[in-house]
Write a protein of this length. Structure first.
Length: 221
């Protein structure tokens, strides 16, 4: 209450002819006394923490509703697959690569959902990924790196099993040692190497392998 006492002293010193102003000063002092009565939430550390927590929750809700953040856990079946334009991407990559790039005609119901450039043997290589009709995933990497370098792209311990022949082309077949990872098929077409891997079954692997082998190189205009 020290600010109120100081203010009363000032009022006492004001000459009578300025009494209207003393009333205003008294009103101002009353405002100061009200401001001193702080809300209870600011009286201890626990209340301050609760206030900050409420503000944080409100902020997160605001960000979520504006769409600035997204969280899509789980596999594609949790929501619609977001398609990418594989043709446009590979058309651009065909102009940049030193080897012929192909666009396989995949079965109906497959959706291209990823398109990126990776590196094989320190050389650029385009990668397209598809979600199959049954919800499995396959990706095709095209590279001019030697086969032994292409094999090194397999990130998990794998064992080579019997090769698979599709559309007259032999694919080396690698399976994860512990049986829990992705299969990998690798083919050497002479001017390009195909690396196919994913979670799909043998039939879908064969469908993608056949489409890749039969595809013609993209014409560069």
């Amino acid at each position: 209450m020290r600010p109120a006492q100081a203010c009363l002293s000032i009022v006492a010193l004001v000459p009578p002819r300025l009494s209207p102003f003393s009333t205003r000063i008294g009103a101002f002092c009353h405002t100061v006394r009200v401001a001193e009565n702080k809300p209870r939430m600011f009286q201890d550390g626990k209340d301050i923490s609760m206030t900050l927590l409420v503000l944080l929750v409100l902020m997160l809700l605001s960000v979520g509703f504006t769409g600035l953040c997204s969280f899509n856990p789980g596999a594609p079946e949790n929501g619609p697959v977001r398609a990418v334009d594989a043709r446009q991407f590979l058309d651009l990559e065909a102009r940049a690569m030193k080897f012929p790039v192909r666009l396989p005609e995949v079965p109906e119901g497959w959706t291209a959902n990823s398109a990126r450039r990776t590196s094989v043997n320190q050389q650029p290589a385009p990668v397209i990924g598809w979600v199959t009709k049954d919800g499995a995933y396959l990706q095709l990497t095209q590279t001019d790196a030697p086969v032994d370098k292409a094999i090194k792209t397999i990130k998990e311990p794998s064992d080579e099993v019997d090769p698979v022949t599709v559309a007259g082309q032999s694919f080396r077949h690698f399976v994860p040692t512990d049986g829990s990872g992705d299969d990998t098929w690798i083919a050497d077409l002479g001017d390009v190497r195909f690396i196919i891997l994913g979670t799909a079954g043998d039939q879908e692997f064969e469908q993608l392998a056949s489409a890749a082998v039969r595809a013609q190189p993209i014409a560069i205009s």
